[in-house]
Write a protein that binds this ligand. Sequence first.
Ligand SMILES: [Zn+2]
Length: 84
Amino acid sequence: MRINCLSCGHNMDLDDAYDDYEGPFKCFMCNATHEIRTENGSIKAVRQVNIVPHLSTEQVAEAVLNPRKKAAQGAGTSGPRSTE
Ligand SMILES: [Zn+2]
């Protein structure tokens, strides 16, 4: 059985163990997490799960690239603020 990663489009071969499966599935290419449901060896549903949905794509990318650095922005840091 094959499944396409919704994030990077990589085509993955699923083991027979996934013939009847419902739960999380991680793309080994880009580490995107999906929620999949399979039945009798065919895919019934694929949904991409956003791990940190309240962050922008750039912030998520930064958090993935720098896991030790917390993506804290605008919390008392100095910088140009021209709102109001
Ligand atoms: Zn992927």
